[in-house]
Design a protein around this ligand. Sequence first.
Ligand code: HT7
Ligand code: ZN
Length: 874
Amino acid sequence: PQPIQLKDYTPPAFLIDKVDLTFDLDEDHSRVSSRLVLHRNPDHPDARAPLTLDGKELTLESVKLDGEILDGSRYQTDAESLTIAAMPDNAILEIVTVIHPETNTSLNGLYRSGGNFYTQCEAEGFRKITYYLDRPDVMARFTTTIVADKNKWPVLLSNGNRVGEGTLDRNRHWVKWVDPFKKPAYLFALVGGKLSRLADRYTTSSGREVALEIWVEPADLDKCDHAMASLKKSMLWDEQRFGLEYDLDTYMIVAVGDFNMGAMENKGLNIFNTKYVLARSDTATDVDFDGIEAVIAHEYFHNWTGNRVTCRDWFQLSLKEGLTVFRDQEFSADMGSAPVQRIEAVRTLRTHQFAEDAGPMAHPIRPESYIEINNFYTVTVYEKGAEVVRMYQTLLGRDGFRRGMDLYFKRHDGQAVTCDDFRAAMADANDYDLNQFARWYSQAGTPTLSVRGQYDAAAASYTLTVSQTCPATPGQGEKLPMHIPLALGLLGPDGADLPLQLAGEQEALAGTRVLSVQEASQSFTFINVPVAPVPSLLRNFSAPVKLDFPYSRAQLALQMAHDSDAFCRWEAGQTMMLQDLQTLIEAARAGGELGLKDDFVSAMRQVLADDALDPALVALMLTLPAETYLADQQSEIDPDAIRAAREAMKLGLARALRSEFKAVYSRLQDQGAYRFDAQSVARRSLKNVALSYLAELDEPAMLELAEQQFARADNMTDSQAALTGLVNWAEGDAALAGFAAKWAEEALVMDKWFTLQAISRRLGTVAKVKALMQHPAFALTNPNKVRALVGAFLHSNLAGFHAADGSGYEFAADTILAVDKLNPQMAARLAGCFNRWKKLEPGRRAGMRSALERVAAHAGLSRDVYEIVSKNLQ
Ligand code: HT7
Ligand code: ZN
């Protein structure tokens, strides 16, 4: 397959003003009739260009041009398109196709799930429904009529407003929808089936009444309240923070159990993975509740950042995704604890995006080429994209960022635009030069910011020298300096912030300030600094970079105890933890002692004893980095040494701080009835972190704590935490069996059961995962199940997947090939498990290479998997 290149972008030859669709849905096929009103695009370079419509896996029944049926000589089709060479400048084109949602396992286009019909059209699914200009810069007004059996599919939904309905012969009925807003085909949606509705209302700030509807399988109606509350909060927040109101009379959310991603922002008719809608305190954890709030907000926010203003082409994906993730992160920060949200976002970025940036799939947030666009819905485009948007706000301030957003909407409402248009709005609204900032869109790789400090006692000045480098990435050898906002403070000996005054400035400012780093190497001198300070750098993680500063252990301990910036406080603890884990990994490789350092243990003891700290922050400070993150810090990965080191640290801390953990656990144990609010979540998280340490101790009394919590828990957060502690011991077997028996009918809870075992150090083996794939609750066609069991094992169980006998690699290859036949997009996600292969020790490297080669050589491999394995083998 040939890559598609950003530099080859050309505007479409035709534009579509209006689309009328009629769907005739049935059990063994469905018929789609479309009527397109088109005109030639004056911006296209060739005024006689043919019309080429995208179409895949369609059976064409008829083509009519301006009322005349075309015979086969007037158009051409191939596997991916339909072309009409002789086209008038204005035309009405009517096309009838037959499709097979009932056998569509890709979950892309129109498909069936649990008997119902659902669509997924982003990025290029609409072409599996009918022939169309399936590209985001073609925006049209859609009308959709759905015809189906009244009993089998009583609820028929599409975008916009319902304008009519009626009955037909043969027990069939129809519903007609009109979407008044122009939209690209990727935002089209249709749902048909037996669904129940939770209804509510929202009045916008200008007084518009909006009907809110959440549609789910009838048995799930009691799990929609949190999603509805989250939706209303999101609507209010977007009005208050960005002055953005909802624009249709109805906002519908539909939940489906078979879905490739988290959710989809189709205009007026969002389709969600059930995982991001359904929650009851006994079935969903605090993390699930948080995730639902964030994803509901994310999809709602897309109505402006993505739908009203969309992307010109898929290379611009971060225009809508980076911006919308930034918006949902800001929302979550306002709903809960801002520092905790920020630290969690940084953990995600470091664990997943830094790894992507350092591997064979590294790409800038605006990629320059792709083979399969579905492979570019990545942590780089989403999470690093959000960091890039955040940097505008850090450089311009909140008000400046808002001015830029206002100008962006004023200029581009109703348009399909580029990342440069967004950057221009930010620059123009603030009269700020963002030319160098453009490199964040074109350069891949994680920059390293090396900072060195020099205190001059005689001059009472402190000079920071800041240098930046960025490693080579595939296809990009040389990198130019980036425009980096470096937020910082200076701490005095008591850990308090010193006033900050740069040379040449008249006054000192308190707290944090943002330096604009633009050169490869640059110095900043602070004056009137009374003592040698400890620099508190990259506050609130002001840029997606790696920081290198030679902190002493004492300086780290000071920051951990006193830094006014919660991120830096956490970061100091992480730095110390990583240093010691590194020492332990080396010791494990050399077969040495795996003991902990006293200063680290004391620093952690102090964190646990600090009553003034938010318990959620304490919990985060005590959470060890993921095995995969540790692997990414190694020049050569030894999975067993990493596992041994991480376990030694956990057990060492559990032993050293046994009484402290016990006290924290007892203090936080009794919390009354479950509540989902920031304070309760924080207390539960610390309690359960304490339990996770205590459960490491090989003491019956400690396991009894977990058993009691498991038996008594009235909520899934506590239940899952207790089970997690138990599964590593034989006692876990009875608990696992009880859990499965209780929750056999709850698909999302069974996902947790699969994941717990897949990542358990005791149970997470190839043999166990294979056995679990035979469990009646598992299905290879269901992405949630595949992610929960196979995905968790391949991506999150470093030592299990990298078993020395290579069985993990053979299993991965077999499963990727099996899933590829059903759902290429899912298979490509699994194939990412090979991305670190070149860094493994030689024996495992050879095993991974041969598994990769086996997949690459497989006949009929999808474009999706081909792209991942071929880039790995380059
Ligand atoms: N914009 C949505 C992306 C998405 C998607 C992409 C490819 C295939 C399936 C998909 N489902 C959803 C989700 C979002 O970012 O909001
Ligand atoms: Zn999105």
